[in-house]
Design a protein around this ligand. Structure first.
Ligand SMILES: *Cc1c(COP(=O)(O)O)cnc(C)c1O
Length: 374
C-alpha cells in the first residue's frame, strides 16, 4: 500500500468544480454585479430551465430539499390528524418533513431489489386519515410510479415525489418529479445537481399549487407587505441559482459518466456480490452505487486500508431512529429495510472517478470477497 496515494473520496466535488471554474466564476460575478441577491433574474431563469428540463409547467426555488417537502405538504393542507405513507429506508428528511407539519409518518417496507417502497404493501397501510404518499426515488433510481399512482388515484391520495437524489432520472419517458402532484429536489452539493450550499426545488403542473407554494416560501406574501397566509422564509439565493444554471448545462454528460461507472462496477464486481438491480422499465442515475455484502463491516476496513472511502446508506432505518420512537415501531416491523441496512454499502461514484481508481476499487472489493467466500 502506497502512503502517497490520496484517499479516493465518495464524491470529488473539488475536481468537478475545477473543470467548470471559468463559467462558474463568470456566473458568480454576474450576481455580484447585479445587486440582486434573493428572488432575482438567475432564480427565475433556473425555475424556467428546470421546469423545461423536467418536462412540467412550474418550478419554484426554495432554501433546501427538506423545505421543498414541507412546503408541498403545507400546500396540500396536510397537517395534524393526517397520515402520510412513506418508506423507512431513506434520508431522515423525508419523514422529518411529515412530522414538522404535524402529520404522522406511516412506514411500509421496501422492495428488496430496488430499495424503493414496495407498492404491494401500500394498500394495507391506508386508513381513513391517509392523505398522501411520499415516494422516494432512492439513490437515483425511479420508484414504481405506475402502480403507486394507480393506488393513489383509487384512494384519493396525493403523491409527492421525493426526487432529492434523482434529478434527471427518467421513468417511462418522463422525468421523475413530474409524475406525481408535486416533485421535490435538493441541491445539496453532493446531489446529482448540486450547488455551493443548500438549495431546493418544488415542481408542479397545477397553477394553484404553484401560486400557493410561491406565496408560502416568501412569508405568505404574493404582493409586497401583504400577507395572505402564515408562510416562511425559504428562498433560493441568486448565487446558488447562478451556480446551478451552469451545472445544469453540463448535467447530461455528468450523469452519463456516473451511469457508465456504475455499469462497469456491475460488470466487473465478483458474482457473489449483490449489485444494484435495475428493472426493465426503470432508469438509475446512480446518485449512489450501493452493494450488499455479508461481511460489510470488514469490507469497510479493507477498503480503508486501501485508501478507499465508503459509506453506509443507511445504517438505521427511520422506524428504529430515536427521533421516531414516539410512533411506536419496533425491531422486526420492516424486515427487508432492516436486513438491507445491515448489509448495504455505498462505493465511491462520481462523474470524476478515473478508470484507474475504479479498477482499484473493483480489485479491492473482489479480492476481499474471494478471500472471505464461505
Ligand atoms: C438530501 C435529501 C433530502 C433533503 O434535502 P436537503 O436539501 O438536505 O434538505 C430529502 N430527501 C432525500 C431522499 C434526500 O436524499
Amino acid at each position: 500500500m502506497d502512503q502517497n496515494i490520496a484517499t479516493i473520496p465518495m464524491v470529488d466535488l473539488k475536481k468537478e468544480i475545477k473543470l467548470l471554474r471559468r463559467p462558474l466564476m463568470q456566473a458568480l460575478t454576474e450576481v455580484l454585479d447585479s445587486g440582486e441577491y434573493v428572488l432575482g433574474e438567475k432564480g427565475r431563469k433556473l425555475e424556467r430551465m428546470t421546469a423545461n428540463y423536467l418536462g412540467l409547467k412550474y418550478s419554484l426555488g426554495v432554501a433546501n430539499g427538506t423545505d421543498a417537502l414541507k412546503l408541498s405538504l403545507k400546500a396540500l393542507n396536510i397537517g395534524p390528524g393526517d397520515e402520510v405513507v412513506t418508506t423507512p429506508f431513506t434520508f431522515v428528511a423525508t419523514a422529518e418533513a411529515i412530522a414538522q407539519v404535524g402529520a404522522k409518518p406511516v412506514f411500509i417496507d421496501i422492495d428488496k431489489e430496488t430499495y424503493n417502497l414496495d407498492s404491494n404493501k401500500l394498500e394495507s397501510a391506508l386508513t381513513p386519515n391517509s392523505k398522501a404518499i411520499i415516494v422516494v426515488h432512492l439513490f437515483g433510481q425511479a420508484a414504481n410510479m405506475q402502480e403507486i399512482t394507480k393506488i393513489a388515484k383509487a384512494n384519493h391520495l396525493f403523491v409527492i415525489e421525493d426526487a432529492c437524489q434523482s434529478f434527471g432520472t427518467e421513468y417511462q419517458g418522463k422525468r421523475v418529479g413530474s409524475i406525481g402532484d408535486i416533485g421535490c429536489f435538493s441541491f445539496f452539493p453532493s446531489k446529482n445537481l448540486g450547488g455551493f450550499g443548500d438549495g431546493g426545488l418544488v415542481t408542479m403542473n397545477e397553477k394553484t399549487l404553484y401560486d400557493k407554494i410561491g406565496t408560502l416560501r416568501n412569508h405568505g406574501s404574493s404582493e409586497k407587505y401583504l400577507h395572505s397566509m402564515i408562510g416562511e422564509n425559504s428562498r433560493l439565493n441568486e448565487f446558488q441559482a447562478a451556480v446551478l444554471l451552469v451545472k445544469l448545462h453540463y448535467l447530461e454528460p455528468y450523469l452519463k459518466r456516473r451511469i457508465d461507472t456504475a455499469s462497469r462496477y456491475t460488470k466487473k464486481l465478483h458474482e457473489a456480490i449483490k449489485t444494484p438491480a435495475i428493472p426493465k422499465d426503470r432508469q438509475h442515475t446512480f446518485h449512489q452505487y450501493c452493494i450488499e455484502h455479508d461481511r460489510r463491516n470488514e469490507l469497510i476496513e479493507e477498503l480503508k486500508r486501501n485508501q478507499i472511502d465508503s459509506a453506509i446508506y443507511y445504517p438505521v432505518p427511520l422506524h428504529l431512529q430515536e427521533a421516531f420512537h414516539y410512533l411506536g415501531y419496533k425491531n422486526g416491523d420492516f424486515p427487508i429495510a432492516e436486513d438491507v441496512s445491515s448489509r448495504i454499502l455505498g462505493l465511491p461514484i462520481s462523474s470524476m472517478l478515473s478508470i484507474e481508481n475504479q479498477n482499484h476499487i473493483i480489485a479491492t472489493v473482489n479480492e476481499f470477497t474471494e478471500k472471505t467466500l464461505p
